[in-house]
Design a protein around this ligand. Sequence first.
Ligand code: TEU
Length: 561
Amino acid sequence: MNEIPWWKKSVVYQVYPKSFNDSNGDGVGDLNGISEKLDYLADLGVDVLWLNPIYRSPQVDNGYDISNYRDVEPQLGTMADFEHLLQAAHDRHLKIILDLVVNHTSDQHPWFKAAKSSVSDPHHDYYIWKKPVDDHEPNNWGSSFGGSAWEYKKDLGEYYLHLFAKQQPDLNWENPKVRQEVYDLMRFWLDKGVDGFRMDVISLISKDPAYPDGPLIQGKAYGSYYAGAANGPKVHDYLQEMHEQVLSHYNIMTVGETPHTTAQQAQLYTAADRHELDMVFHFDHMHLDYGQYGKFSTNRFKLVDLKEVLARWENTLAQVDGWNSLYWSNHDQPRPVTRFGDEGQYRIRSAKMLGTVLHMLQGTPYIFEGEELGLKNVHFDQLSDYNDLETKNIFKELTQQHHESPEAAMKAIYLHSRDNARTPMPWDGSEKGGFTTGQPWLGLNPDHKDINAAEDLADSDGVYHYYQHLIKLRHEEPLITTGVFELLAPDDPNLFIYLRKGEHETLLVAGNFSSEERTWSVPDDLQAKDVDVLIRNSEISDSLEKTLTLPPFGAVVYKLQ
Ligand code: TEU
């Protein structure tokens, strides 16, 4: 059998540099701060660190608006600091992947400054410009952050496209010069020894040349660009060209962020024989609690729907020797304990349960900073306490366009603001959480006095030590990487139970998503006394009898011979 690629047996830890650890007291996390915490990360047992963008940026979208791809954002440090971090990580057998943001640049990038200077500038068609149609925007597309996706440059008599903030103009991937510029900047970092990339909204880089209007959904004033910009006509040509010209020349890993992509479409991105990407991030499980206004709703997910989504992705990618990423959260999502688990008396146990049912799936697990501590969403009282432009824009949309009360808007923001994930890491219970000696760029979660790394690591039953065990299992138990997935009890509204089947052995994974004790009738062929308990988060039977009883948010993994 072919050697299993290293990234199929790896666990990735996502570091949001601004919020991880501040080494120089300016209130902003930085690269040297990450270097200071490498032993914390190596001891957890992870294999790869994904750093959110570290490049020079005006910070309109916290680094996802890049003005120089070959320089480090001064607030985060210097190129020497990065090279030191990379070497120190490699010395601990930790790989580092960077965030490749090439669907768009900052409007402060020299390319865009030249492009907007004149329609005849050589850089003009590095971006996407259109003439007005009937004195209006070229189509009805809305920006991800509210408003139109088109910005008019009066002096040029043209609009430019920005699927995100107007300070984030979309690059024109139709232009081969743009593609070569991207491949060159990728080589710049790979030749430094970087171990791969997470590719920001890579499913959006090829647009439908007709730029058709998008459907009006969820009460939005503008049409969705997904119909014309997600999984566009040439996206696979571009990725296969990138693979041939760059990726295939290095022993690296790649993960594409592919919003608005189905499991079937993901087969095309990740099938081994297509030579595109190693895996993708999908969003199907992130949209289960969306409501009439999209993401900012007060709906709660339904476990039956969650199990259907996770099983569909497991089964669909397995059909083509594709590969899955496994995640509960990232820098754009609320905290898993709040969204999928329990913030109250079962916070720690539900955090462990969520870790168990995710890490035993087939795919590469991603741990977003703080997930290994069971962190919760933050309760900021004022809108002014939030930093994220998406959050500030949605407050205006909910109150001014949809006439929701400020209280209702703040409740939806509490549940879904991206700042839930971006509050500074609480290293200890001191006033500034051991994150900084200065004024933090974003407030810490007030609960950090009790919920912090020092407290959790001192608890042998804490979340961090449980995650160490989960990660160790992935490194030692081949079935977690290769076992065939089979969902059991698909209609059970509280229990997530599945198998990972090998030739002679089987793993049975069970998680209780409710705050009540639940039971499950174990099928005859799975009842066994001589089973190994690989991990459990509470008092659960040592063997599989006729009935499996799981306490509130209980989780267990059995290995059957
Ligand atoms: O996010 C793209 C994307 O899918 C987001 O719009 C996501 O759907 C939304 O944030 C969920 O609330 C990537 C980055 O992860 C995000 O931080 C950037 O703001 C965005 O691209 C633009 O680069």
